[in-house]
Design a protein. Structure first.
Lengths: 178, 635
């Protein structure tokens, strides 16, 4: 009886392993599309590892969060979307202003510049999700890449243990044709 | 058993050595012929309904959901746990989206069917030749094309296996009287319910056979009707008959016409040629009809009821699908055609002993039938296979596009009717985790409409969202080509932006990220094709053209463990209040229609305001949630 049971177990195990071994690996999809020449993205999700090369300076690691802390000044490179060189663009930043920051600073002010064009600053006094949306003139968004420089008026220093000089929390930012 | 004179004489001593080889060939040739005729079907990919079965895996998370996936009736009222649910769940679990193992399983089962049919016919007629020819005639019948190239039609093949297997054991039981044969018949019969609903007719076949050819076993077949009656009863309760649509049953004057259509398809295929050759096929249809009926009548006069039983097989097995007047399908003939194949084979073998002229006529008719059927099979099988391959290229191309551009919607250009109805309409991309796939605006001009099946417009990206997405580089556009998808994003975006300012769409899908620009800033991000609002939210929608139009609002409701009071919903159109409504919790989704205020008529767009009476927190979600919306539409 024991031998019979063992045989049965071996048979079932063999069948299961055989079936599992037949499982096809994930298909190589490389040849299924013909792509256009690559270009930078005009939309950036702060936690997307693919856009790290576009985070030029002043960004802290995303760690496990869907956002990143910035330094007091930070910069990104964006692709000017189609038609923006003729119509102009809108710079959109979705950010968060944490309560701890306002507790220390009372308010925080964000400003930006693109190719020497200063965009109007905005001051945030309420905690929570916030937006920084500004029109960008067509003259500032030509070419294959646009550098956007940001600055926060007052730096935020969390505590003694964390001596970083922080700006704001950015979730995503984009440049859209007007 | 009647028809003993059909039995072959014993072989001479000299031929005895060749007999095993010849016998082996008789068993082997029909499966080989089947594989040769339907060879492209072995290499076909998935298409159409296959994607619904493949997607079952996505809904299986635990024992309860597994049971639901296996046994819950589908939209058309089918419950086929073995041939559809288990088949796709098991094979997909083992082999992923590799279609070949699915196809090999279908081919092997059909080879077993052909062998079973040969064995059944041998027992029935006492003739090895008849067994061989029955398998050959069925193997080439055009009704098998769908089964041999489309994995969803495995239900026909598997049901044939159970029907033939059960019938073979019945024949053994009739001969031997052994209880084990009788019980095996029962086992296979009961398993057949897991393959196809048509299995309910098996007791009719068994009763007809025993009544005509083995009367003393007739009573033993009567208990078989009990499971069939029970299945019919239960099936009627859990999957009520459709009142309208392609699966509605019509017991009317159309029945004889439907029967004649199936009879014609069984003898000369579904699409006879329209040329001179086609008129020949209609001639063949007439000749075969007269010859088979005359043969059955003459044999009946000699009290040989085998041909009558074969005709009964055709009628009994076809009967359940005859009332489907608006869904006459060639593959429904897969099982009834078995009866005609046995009849044809029996007629051929009987006629072989007649004078040369009769013999010549029979051989000519059989050859003509096979020519017509093989021509059809060899035309249609590659067509189905090519179509599945085109769907594969598109689906894998979209999967690749998603791999490269995970944050962007994918828009397809150049999709034709075949790709749409065999692929996109069945949402194949979700199998690769891709949700936002659309067709370019204007694609509907190249796709044949089938309004009873679905709306092409549901898959088209409207102009407004297309321009919005182009401006923000939120999409990637591919043109469907003969080899691969070709990215045309730049030219599409430039053309979209340069075009006239699009009107605001009259249907707003809150779950579509590309329509987010029509929603106010209050809304939460889209999730699973829908979007939650907090206590208040706004959106823009295209204007109404007449006072008779209404605002239709659809959404989804969370699962609640305890009874909760309804949620009141207040809607405004351009700041004009509409009648307040209450949304009852407990269902999966809600749908409300509002009359539009007179002031709204004629405006180009409207501002819709939404406000719920209370918000809630569901599960571990800390957000303040009002209602979860799908679409808003003015029509």
């Amino acid at each position: 009886m024991a031998i019979e049971t063992t045989r049965r177990q071996i048979l079932i195990s063999t069948l299961v392993l055989s079936a599992t071994a037949c499982r096809r690996a994930e298909p190589d999809l490389a040849g299924y599309t013909e792509e256009e020449p690559p270009h930078l993205s005009s939309t950036i999700r702060a936690n997307d590892p693919q856009i790290v090369p576009q985070l030029l300076s002043g960004w802290y690691p995303a760690e496990q969060n869907p956002w990143r802390w910035t330094a007091r000044t930070f910069a990104v490179a964006l692709w000017p979307p189609p038609g923006s060189a003729a119509r102009g663009a809108i710079l959109r930043v979705r950010l968060a202003v944490p309560e701890v920051l306002l507790a220390q600073l009372k308010s925080t002010t964000l400003s930006a510049s693109i190719r020497g064009v200063q965009l109007a600053p905005e001051t945030y006094r309420q905690p929570g999700m916030a937006f920084y949306n500004r029109d960008v003139p067509a003259s500032a968004v030509s070419g294959d890449s646009v550098r956007v420089d940001f600055a926060v008026e007052k730096p935020f220093r969390p505590n003694v243990a964390d001596s970083r000089e922080l700006g704001v929390i950015v979730h995503n930012l984009s440049l859209e044709t007007k | 058993m009647s028809g003993p004179d059909a039995r072959e004489p014993s072989a001479s001593a000299g031929a005895a050595g060749l007999r095993p080889i010849a016998d082996f060939a008789l068993w082997l040739i029909p499966p080989l012929l089947c594989c040769a005729v339907y060879w492209p079907g072995l290499w076909a990919w998935f298409q159409a309904d296959d994607f619904a079965w493949l997607a079952l895996r996505l809904d299986v998370h635990d024992w309860h959901s597994l049971m639901r996936a296996l046994f819950a009736p589908m939209a058309q009222g089918t419950i086929r746990p073995l041939s559809e649910r288990a088949f796709f769940l098991v094979f997909e679990s083992l082999f992923g989206l590799n279609a070949l193992p699915f196809r090999i399983c279908v081919f092997l089962t059909q080879c077993a069917n052909l062998t079973l049919l040969a064995a059944v016919t041998r027992r029935l007629t006492g003739s090895r030749a008849a067994g061989f020819w029955a398998a050959v005639l069925w193997a080439v019948n055009s009704s098998l094309v769908s089964s041999m190239v489309w994995s969803s039609v495995f239900n026909q093949v598997l049901c044939a296996f159970f029907l033939l297997g059960a019938f073979w054991f019945l024949l053994r039981y009739v001969e031997t009287g052994r209880k084990s044969d009788y019980l095996w018949q029962w086992a296979l019969f009961l398993l057949g319910f897991g393959a196809l609903e048509v299995n309910v007719v098996y007791p009719g076949l068994a009763a007809a056979y025993t009544f005509l050819l083995a009367r003393k076993r007739f009573r033993a077949t009567l208990p078989l009707f009990i499971p069939s009656a029970a299945f019919t009863l239960v099936h009627g309760m859990v999957a009520p008959a459709h009142a309208a649509g392609p699966y509605a049953l019509h017991f009317d004057r159309a029945l004889p016409g439907t029967f004649v259509t199936y009879w014609q398809w069984a003898l000369i295929s579904e699409y006879p040629s329209t040329s001179f050759y086609g008129r020949m096929e209609f001639g063949l249809f007439a000749i075969l009809t007269v010859a088979l009926l005359a043969f059955a009548a003459i044999r009946a006069l000699h009290r040989d009821w085998i041909p009558s039983f074969c005709l009964a097989w055709f009628v009994i097995v076809l009967a359940p699908v005859l009332p489907l007047r608006d869904h006459v399908s060639n593959y429904y003939l897969t099982l009834p055609a078995i009866g005609l194949a046995v009849l044809g084979a029996y007629a051929l073998v009987r006629t072989w002993r007649q004078p040369m002229l009769c013999k010549l006529a029979a051989v000519t008719a059989a050859a003509a039938y096979m020519t017509v059927m093989v021509r059809f099979d060899r035309t249609l099988t590659p067509w189905w296979a090519r179509r599945s391959r085109a769907v594969e290229r598109m689906v894998l191309g979209v999967a690749r596009g998603h791999q490269l551009h995970p944050d962007k919607a994918i828009v397809l250009d150049g999709v034709d009717s075949q790709l749409f109805w065999a692929g996109i309409f069945h949402h194949p991309f979700r199998l690769y985790g891709v949700a936002n796939v659309y067709l370019t605006p204007g694609s509907e001009a190249h796709i044949e409409a089938h309004d009873a099946t679905g709306q092409v417009s549901d898959f088209i990206l409207p102009n407004g969202p297309a321009v919005y997405a182009a401006k923000g580089d939120r999409l990637v556009v591919y043109r469907v080509g003969s080899k691969r998808l070709k990215a045309i994003t730049s030219s599409f975006e430039q053309a979209a932006i340069a075009g006239p300012t699009p009107v605001v769409p009259r249907k707003v899908d809150a779950g579509n990220p590309l329509m987010g620009y029509l929603l106010g800033p209050e809304w939460y991000p889209p999730e699973n094709g829908a979007r939650w609002m907090p206590r208040r939210a706004t959106l823009r929608i295209g204007g109404s053209g007449s006072a008779s139009e209404r605002l239709y609002v659809e959404g989804f409701l969370p699962v609640v463990q305890l009874p909760q009071p309804p949620i009141s919903l207040r809607v405004t159109v351009d700041n004009v209040d509409l009648p307040e409504t209450s949304i009852q919790l407990g269902e999966n989704r809600f749908s409300v229609a509002f009359p539009l205020p007179n002031e709204a008529v004629g405006k180009r767009e409207h501002l819709i305001g939404l406000e719920v009476g209370r918000t809630s927190h569901y599960g571990t979600d800390v957000r303040e949630l009002g209602l979860n919306f799908g679409t808003f539409e003015i029509r």
